[in-house]
Each structure stands twice: as C-alpha cells, then as structure tokens.
Design a protein around this ligand. Structure first.
Ligand code: ZN
Length: 277
C-alpha cells in the first residue's frame, strides 16, 4: 500500500517548495493564457494530492507496463516537454497502459497515461510527442480540476479532497477507468490544449507538425476501425477544423532548425509494445 491520506514530511516539504516556485512562475507568465477565465477551487497542492490518490487506485485496476525501456522512453520525452511549461517544477509522471486501444489521457496532479496501442499507432516520435504535448497541456491548463469545480462546486474540496465524501471520489475514479479521462473536454478546452501543446513541442525541440500527423491518423483510423479510437474521441472531440486551426498555430511560429520528428530509439520502443497489444 502506498501512503495516500498524508504525504511523508520530506516529500510534503519538497512539494510545498516546488509549489511556491511554480506559483511564482505562474504569476510571471500572465501572457501564456493558461488557466484564465475559468473558476478553479482546487489549489495546486490539493490537486497534486488528489492525483497521487487517483494514481494509486488506477495502478490497482489497469495493467501498467513496467518495462523500463518503454516507460523510460515515454517518461523522458514527456519530462522534456513538461519542462517548457508553467508547471514544469512540479513532479509529473508518465504511465504506459498495456492496452491495444488507441488512447491517452491526463488526470489531475501531473499524471499522463498512454496506451501501448497509441504508441504502436504513432508513426514517429513527433506524433507521440504531439499527443503527449496535448495531454500535458490539459494538465497545465488544469482542465480536469476546472471540470471538477464546475460539477461539484465547493463540495470538491471538502468532500473529495479531504475525504469526507468517498462516494464522489469513487464516482470520479470510475469515470476515469470507464471513459479513460476525467471529463469530456469542451471544444474551447481542446483548442487551448492544442495551442499550448504546439508551443511546448516547439520549445522542447520537437516539430509540432507531429501533432497534426497524429490527429490526421486518428481521424482516418476512426473511418476504418472506429472501435479502436472510441474512448479518445469520446473525451477529446477532434475535427478537421481543429486540425486546420493547429496548422494555423504552427504557421505563426518563427523558423527553428533541428526540430525533431523521428529517432531510431522510438522505432525500437514501437516494436517492443507489440507484445502488449
Ligand atoms: Zn484533449
């Protein structure tokens, strides 16, 4: 059992220090457009504590890959993108789920899950980076806890975070396990995650066109094998219009040489995930 109700003191101290730094970073990034205009009653510290609890419960109920050559690759890629963000000083974790369905999702508190089916479907590292950047951006914009605030209001803090309402917590957990996400994101939340994701990819040194290729691949897969992308489309509304908007966002970026689209290591990871699908 992992400790859930309270963090060990050194970890709590480290987390608090990180949160102070992150808060300082946030106030100096007023132009980023991150998390503006929507009410969020959950503090960053509460969100990270909720994430830790959800992560432990998810780990008991889904089959996670523990092969370091796969998880280490995804984690290194994810952390490189996270470091470009306003919440890059907080602890983030990347998990690989042994599931052939093409899906990826973010839950509160810096946890991103990617199915082995999605790794197999992404043609190059640029495409995988595109999905990770999109999911990371949902987390940085705090769309999950914004949604929880909308649905549960003030009860979210007293009931779920302080443990006074286990039924609501179980409902949130069941929703994540059932639909593969905390919420069906709105079109404006999707748009924000795309725009931020493009910027974070570019800053991390990845060609943001990988996100466009990944989305196009998902749309064509929906035409051919709709059941393989059901969950992704149920929680992330994806349209041709979104892809056009993403291209337009990329076109605004200054030229930058050496942006990465493919690497040899990715192809070997892609080969290894086959046995989990
Ligand atoms: Zn999304």
């Amino acid at each position: 059992m992992r400790p859930q109700a309270s963090l060990p003191t050194p970890l709590r101290a480290a987390l608090s220090a990180a949160l102070v730094l992150a808060a300082a970073g946030l106030s100096s990034c007023a132009t980023s457009g991150v998390n503006q205009g929507d009410v969020n009653l959950v503090s960053l510290e509460e969100e990270w504590a909720l994430g830790q609890k959800l992560e432990a419960d998810i780990a008991r109920q889904v089959r996670l890959v523990d092969d370091r050559s796969i998880v280490g690759y995804v984690d290194a890629l994810g952390q490189r993108i996270v470091r470009q963000t306003e919440l890059g000083r907080l602890p983030w974790e990347f998990h690989v789920v042994a599931d052939g369905e093409v899906n990826a999702f973010n839950i509160p508190g810096g946890h991103v899950y990617v199915n082995t089916g999605l790794i197999a479907a992404a043609g190059d590292v640029g495409e995988l980076a595109g999905v990770l950047a999109h999911e990371i951006s949902h987390g940085v914009a705090r769309h999950g806890t914004e949604q929880l605030t909308r649905v549960y209001g003030l009860n979210i803090v007293a009931g779920v975070l302080l443990g006074n309402d286990p039924q609501t917590y179980e409902r949130i957990l069941a929703q994540i396990l059932g639909t593969g996400a905390i919420a069906r994101f709105s079109r404006s939340a999707e748009r924000e995650a795309d725009d931020l994701g493009v910027r974070f990819m570019w800053e991390a040194g990845y060609d943001p066109n990988g996100m466009v290729r990944m989305f196009e691949g998902l749309l064509s897969r929906r035409r051919g094998q709709p059941s393989s992308v059901d969950k992704f489309f149920a929680t992330h509304p994806l349209t041709e219009e979104r892809i056009r908007a993403t291209r337009a966002e990329i076109a605004k970026l200054p030229a930058k040489s050496g942006l990465i689209s493919r690497d040899a290591a990715y192809q070997s990871v892609r080969g290894e995930v086959g046995r989990y699908n």
